[in-house]
Design a binder for this molecule. Sequence first.
Ligand code: FES
Length: 116
Amino acid sequence: MVITLCHTDDIPEAGARGFNLPQGKLFAVKKRKNIFLYLNRCPHLGLPLEWEDNAFMDAEGLYIKCANHGAFFEPESGECIQGPCLGDSLWSIDYHLENGQILIDEAELPALPSPG
Ligand code: FES
């Protein structure tokens, strides 16, 4: 089954948006008009990253930040560049675009941890 997440215009530049699917939590980041999609699961303790809805970025909008213990991740690669999971990476999710809509194939999703 194909799942439509949102339109790319629904994500602010240097911002992010979270998605709570029945299959688990994801989030998308927009940087220089490119979209990067990840599992919302910190490689440190496996917790969701955001401190409130859609708040995945640091104050400058440069890096993805985990609210739990302050890890920083490169938006483009998902690699942790500072924090307790240094060198580990967020789990990237493949997507494709159709008329600006971000689509994922449910069959391509990893075995997601259950929401909540
Ligand atoms: S759970 Fe993300 S830094 Fe600890």
